[in-house]
Design a protein around this ligand. Structure first.
Ligand SMILES: NC(=O)c1ccc[n+]([C@@H]2O[C@H](COP(=O)([O-])OP(=O)(O)OC[C@H]3O[C@@H](n4cnc5c(N)ncnc54)[C@H](O)[C@@H]3O)[C@@H](O)[C@H]2O)c1
Length: 462
């Protein structure tokens, strides 16, 4: 099929490349001229496993083309995907300007029947909104259908998700468009769920808000664990064995980030507000997440009377592993806070250093190797669960550090083993007391002001 994808970011580029891979003739459009020039030469703007090889192969086999002209792309295709950004406004509202602009351009260029598929995450009612904008911009009377097809890929496994996702959702009122989309997706052999456009649009927000809530929920359980001596990793394992709950998204840590969860949760709150509905659960999901991000700072505050001049190493800048995306990563808030408090900051990430430099205009010393970043540090903050961090030689880390504070924001190490190796180790929702053997449950309940020292019990900061 002849397909155009407007917006060549994470979603557009992965969608276009994967649809080319299954034999379609794809044109990807972006208004960013440099991005398009680079892509024509096989240079990717993002890191995503398996994407580069597939992109180069499909360019070579003449199934994947790039342009900055929406007009050319619309003329080329029967199916036009909209995959532009829908960021948050300052107040959390969903910024629809990119979608509106593209809809207008599609309208001006429409010359025959086409299906416009909205893949961007957009508020309920956007299929109608896009159809109205296209209709207003038509230069001649042509038929078209607009349908919703929200995207569920995850950065870090986006290619795999496109080929092996749990479901494809289509929101459509047109039998003709629905059939063509089913034909397009049939080779992917995935469950296709067809529904009305409004439900499809809400499925995307509801799914992301639910997953974000699951993360905030386990983080609140982690906070209870710290006060009681329970271990959140054990609690999560026990919960996850229940098929109704499932084991995924039950990893306690320093909270969620990324281009989607924070923005979509805020977006759903706004959707509710506009309908006079106060979506209380997800307001709390966001609030819990904001507080959770500061957990490493709270731990440091209990260990150092003053962070001025303290040498801190941040390991991991991305909001999750296997991506170079640092949008809304907890590391950004944590580093900003460390800087405000006068800490000296060194940082290492396997692939996101350049992206971090663009966003964080702070005196951070970046390194291209984890051990170099760790050398001479008073405290290490592990903020992303990159596989290579799990494989670090902890004895070497110990030998390189000045004071051996290790704050594991993703619980990738085992507390007992790390402490046995001489670290002042702190995880999230695990027994953070340095002196477990002498700290009874009663002692853990002693109010902070009455504790002999913060070392009486690591839970004191709560
Ligand atoms: N990133 C994800 O993991 C993910 C997952 C699922 C859904 N989504 C949703 O998909 C949409 C796209 O997300 P993304 O992360 O790919 O965004 P992105 O910011 O990475 O990419 C958007 C691209 O659209 C281009 N663009 C903007 N206006 C344009 C125009 N008028 N003409 C041509 N190109 C234009 C931009 O230059 C940019 O390259 C968003 O609504 C997002 O919420 C994202």
């Amino acid at each position: 099929m002849k397909i155009s994808v407007i917006g060549t970011g994470y979603v557009g580029l992965v969608t276009g490349t994967c649809l080319a891979e299954i034999g379609n003739d794809i044109t990807c459009v972006d208004k960013d001229h440099k991005k398009i020039e680079n892509l024509k030469n096989g240079i990717l703007p993002i890191y995503e496993a398996h994407l580069e090889d597939m992109l180069i192969r499909n360019i070579g086999e003449n199934r994947l083309h790039f342009t900055t002209s929406v007009e050319d792309a619309v003329r080329h295709a029967t199916i036009i995907f909209i995959a532009v950004g829908t960021p948050s406004h300052e107040n959390g509202d969903i910024d629809m300007s990119q979608v509106d602009e593209v809809a207008g351009e599609i309208g001006k260029s429409l010359d025959a029947y086409k299906i416009i598929v909205n893949k961007s995450t957009v508020p309920v009612g956007s299929v109608k909104r896009v159809a109205e904008i296209i209709q207003r911009h038509l230069k001649r009377e042509v038929e078209f259908d607009v349908i919703s097809n929200p995207e569920f890929l995850r950065e870090g496994s986006a290619v795999l998700d496109t080929f092996q996702g749990d479901r494809i959702v289509i929101g459509s009122t047109s039998k003709k468009a629905t059939k063509i989309l089913h034909d397009l997706y049939r080779p992917l052999k995935q469950k296709i769920f067809t529904t009305d456009p409004e439900s499809a649009e809400l499925i995307k927000y509801a799914s992301n808000a639910f997953l974000a809530t699951k993360i905030s929920f386990i983080n609140e359980i982690a906070n209870i664990c710290e006060k009681t001596g329970a271990n959140v990793n054990e609690v999560a394992k026990g919960m996850g064995l229940d098929k109704r709950i499932g084991e995924k998204f039950l990893n306690a840590g320093i909270g969620f980030g990324g281009a989607c969860f924070p923005k979509d949760v805020k977006g759903l709150i706004k959707i509710g507000e506009k309908l006079n509905y106060d979506f209380r659960i997800i307001r709390e999901t966001l609030q819990v997440n904001e507080e959770q991000k500061m957990k490493p700072i709270m731990i440091l505050d209990n260990l150092f009377p003053d962070l001025r001049g303290v040498q801190i190493t941040v390991l991991g800048l991305t909001f999750k592993p296997d991506t170079d995306d640092i949008r809304e990563a907890p590391s950004l808030d944590i580093i900003n806070e460390l800087h405000k408090r006068g800490a000296k900051i060194k940082a290492y990430d396997p692939i996101a250093i350049e992206n971090a430099k663009r966003v964080l205009k702070l005196p951070i010393h970046y390194f291209h190797e984890a051990y170099d970043a760790i050398a001479g540090s008073d405290a290490v903050l592990l903020l992303t669960e990159w596989k290579e961090f799990k494989e670090l030689n902890v004895r070497k880390i110990r030998s390189l550090m000045n004071r051996r504070v290790f704050i594991d924001g993703r619980n990738i190490f085992e507390a007992k083993a790390m402490r046995a190796k001489g670290f002042e180790y702190y995880g999230i929702g695990i027994d953070n007391c340095q002196f477990t053997a002498i700290c009874s449950i009663e002692e853990r309940m002693i109010p902070i002001e009455n504790q002999k020292s913060h070392h009486t019990c690591g839970r004191a900061w709560n």
